[in-house]
Design a protein around this ligand. Structure first.
Ligand SMILES: [Zn+2]
Ligand SMILES: [Zn+2]
Length: 240
């Protein structure tokens, strides 16, 4: 029976689970959720601010970072938060078993890896949810993305125990930048000494960077040497 189960597992491993989530066409064996053509057509980020990953046409730094850089060293965004990313990220947040979570994580892993000339950060810390939100949702989508990412990048260690979210901020959409900053200030608590570790925060979507900045302050206060931010998608000026 066990041998049969292993054989079935091997058989189904390379068989796509259904049609492409975007075009409903057939999936290649190596693609779990989006076909190769749709995945090439996703809004991959090519030019962005070197510090906060805000999409830019030509410049290296956005006006805000030139005036006052964020506390994190840099944000690396794989994609623009433009359609169909809102739909795909919605799936990642709704369904703990959505095949798109793994595919997005694996494709973004190569973007994050390419961003480092030398070694990757030591620890990958997913943005935590407040316990009440995690209880309602049943899972933290950033942790799930982190598990798949660290399978592809075993040099970086996933740590979900370092940082707790103490404030339960309201949803950030439709809030002004100043209100978002206030809502997430002091929202995180890191009690584990970080002993000069180099850390990458992992978030699904970065909007103003206020959450990442607040978490960075807590990680630096706990002894981190450097904090970067990795995100699947980044919003631009016009879709705050
Ligand atoms: Zn497709
Ligand atoms: Zn910037």
């Amino acid at each position: 029976m066990r041998a049969q189960a292993a054989w079935l597992k091997r058989l189904f491993k390379n068989i796509p689970s259904g049609p492409c989530s975007l075009c409903r066409g057939s999936l290649e064996a190596s693609h779990a959720a989006i076909c190769a053509a749709c995945s090439d057509a996703l809004p991959w980020m090519h030019n962005s601010c070197q510090r906060c990953a805000l999409p830019l046409e030509n410049a290296q730094l956005c006006i805000a970072c030139a005036a006052a850089p964020p506390p994190y060293e840099r944000c690396i965004a794989a994609l623009h938060c433009l359609p169909p990313m809102n739909y795909l990220i919605g799936d990642v947040k709704r369904d703990a078993y959505a095949p798109v979570t793994r595919q997005l994580a694996l494709q973004c892993a190569s973007v994050f890896h390419r961003a480092y000339r030398r070694r990757l950060p030591d620890l990958l810390v997913p943005v935590p949810l407040h316990w009440s939100k995690q209880l309602r949702r049943g899972f933290n989508q950033c942790e799930l993305l982190g598990r798949h990412l660290t399978q592809a990048l075993p040099e970086i260690q996933l740590r979900c125990d370092i940082c707790r979210r103490t404030g339960s901020a309201p949803p950030q959409r439709r809030q002004s930048k100043i209100n978002r900053k206030r809502a997430v200030a002091d929202a995180f608590n890191c009690r584990i000494p970080l002993d000069q570790a180099r850390i990458a925060i992992l978030d699904d979507v970065v909007t103003t960077g206020a959450t990442a900045a607040s978490m960075t302050h807590s990680l630096l206060a706990a002894g981190a040497r450097q904090v970067d931010v990795w995100c699947i998608a980044r919003t631009g000026w016009n879709n705050y």
